[in-house]
Write a protein that binds this ligand. Structure first.
Ligand SMILES: Cc1ncc(COP(=O)(O)O)c(C=O)c1O
Length: 399
């Protein structure tokens, strides 16, 4: 049976993520002057809420650009051509920052791990210890590697980098909201996220938290660029305006999204994502499908990458989920295209959605001729949910 056209389609990809009504409806509001007192009031609300999301007292720059723009801003504002950047790579996105750095004329040193693994603290410590001449000016790594679903140990990496003295640059594009992130407490210098991920928003905005050491590095940079320039943007934001015309309606949507997220609470939203991760992993394992990231502790709470049953085509699975059940899951990227599918559980996703995708996945596999015991995935996910909630309430009692 094909889905009738009136059935809303449901995105379970790691961004863009589903839009809550309050966030979606803002887009039909009348035009607003970006220098108006009304818009200034919006920015007065939004900037401190962004700081809360990153757990920082430092400025969080709001760019009308996708997250890649903010990453470029982080590199070009703090490093000079010829400076050495250490890139910890564990998938498509972290590797991309190496390519970007080369395009900006930086000298790139890379530590890569196979797809499905997280970077290790040992290899980072080794590279930093070997750098006796302090050539490494900054280290960039990804919090949650969206292409594989691997999760890096942000506080441990940030500590090692701070001890060496290099700047730490964290791509927390799909980490923030799903996993704890404490910019100031963990001593992170630059952190980047984007609107279409855990922020439950339309694409088009990115957020760049700039710590004091990053700001000091910026003062020494010869060519920090213009549009993304820290000095220009920080000056404007300190007066609750923006340096250039921003995407006004996206910022109105951000105001609504931040209200929803902060009403839920940082810890609660992290727990929700971790619970969903446990449920998806348990469900998929119960069907007998291998996970790309084997170790639970190295698995992202935002997205889970799954291998199809032997001989079954990822495209066919995704097609049935889309056409029969109106659910979109993501394909693999680059070398993993057609080899894995990725279930997003980031943003406005809840337990119900996980039960739904798992039950529909079983049906899709059955339709494709796989041997599936119907109902096992949902049952395993229910167990995982109960176990997670019990552990959480025990933890609360012992606190
Ligand atoms: C971890 C990570 N970093 C960076 C990006 C790039 O973000 P954008 O496409 O918003 O530029 C993405 C996008 O999926 C991502 O998942």
């Amino acid at each position: 049976m094909m889905m009738p056209t009136h059935t809303p389609s449901f995105l379970m990809i790691p961004g863009p993520t589903p839009l809550p009504d309050a966030v979606r409806e803002v887009m039909s509001r009348p035009a607003m002057g970006h220098r108006s007192p009304e818009f200034k009031q919006v920015l007065e609300r939004v900037f401190p809420k962004l700081q809360q999301m990153f757990q920082t007292q430092s400025p969080v720059l709001l760019y009308t650009a996708s997250a890649t723009g903010a990453i470029e801003a982080a590199l070009s504002n703090t490093l000079n051509a010829g400076d050495t950047l250490l890139v910890l790579s564990c998938g498509v996105f972290s590797a991309r920052w190496g390519d970007m750095a080369k395009a900006l004329g930086l000298n790139v040193q890379e530590i890569a791990v196979p797809a499905g693994q997280a970077n290790t603290i040992e290899s980072l410590q080794q590279a930093l210890a070997a750098d006796t001449q302090k050539q490494i000016k900054a280290v960039i790594f990804v919090h949650s590697e969206t292409s594989t679903g691997a999760l890096n140990d942000v506080p441990a990496f940030a500590k090692a980098i701070a001890e060496h003295g290099a700047l730490s640059i964290v791509d927390t594009v799909t980490g923030l909201t799903a996993d704890p992130f404490k910019m100031d407490e963990w001593g992170i210098d630059l952190a980047i996220s984007g609107s279409q991920k855990g922020f439950m928003m339309q694409p088009g905005l990115s957020f760049l938290a700039v710590g004091p050491r990053a700001l000091a590095a910026h003062q020494q940079v010869k060519n920090p660029g213009f549009y993304f320039n820290f000095t220009r943007n920080i000056k404007a934001q300190s007066q609750f305006t923006t340096a250039y015309t921003p995407a006004t309606h996206l910022i109105l949507a951000l105001d609504e999204a931040l209200n929803l997220l902060l009403e839920e609470g940082l810890e609660a939203m992290n727990h929700r994502h971790h619970q969903l991760k446990a449920m998806v992993r348990a469900g998929v394992k119960a069907i007998g499908l291998p996970l790309l990231v084997e170790a639970d502790a190295q698995a992202s709470p935002a997205v889970t990458a799954v291998y199809p049953p032997e001989g079954l085509d990822v495209g066919a699975i995704r097609k049935i989920l889309k056409n029969r059940f109106s659910i979109t899951v993501a394909d693999g990227q680059n070398a993993l295209k057609g080899k894995i599918f990725r279930i997003g559980h980031l943003g406005a996703i809840n337990e119900r959605d996980v039960y739904m995708v798992l039950a529909c996945l079983e049906q899709a596999l059955l339709e494709l001729g796989a041997s599936v015991t119907l109902g096992v995935a949902v049952a395993a996910a229910q167990q995982a949910a109960n176990t997670y909630l019990q552990q959480q309430s025990k933890a609360l009692v012992t606190v």
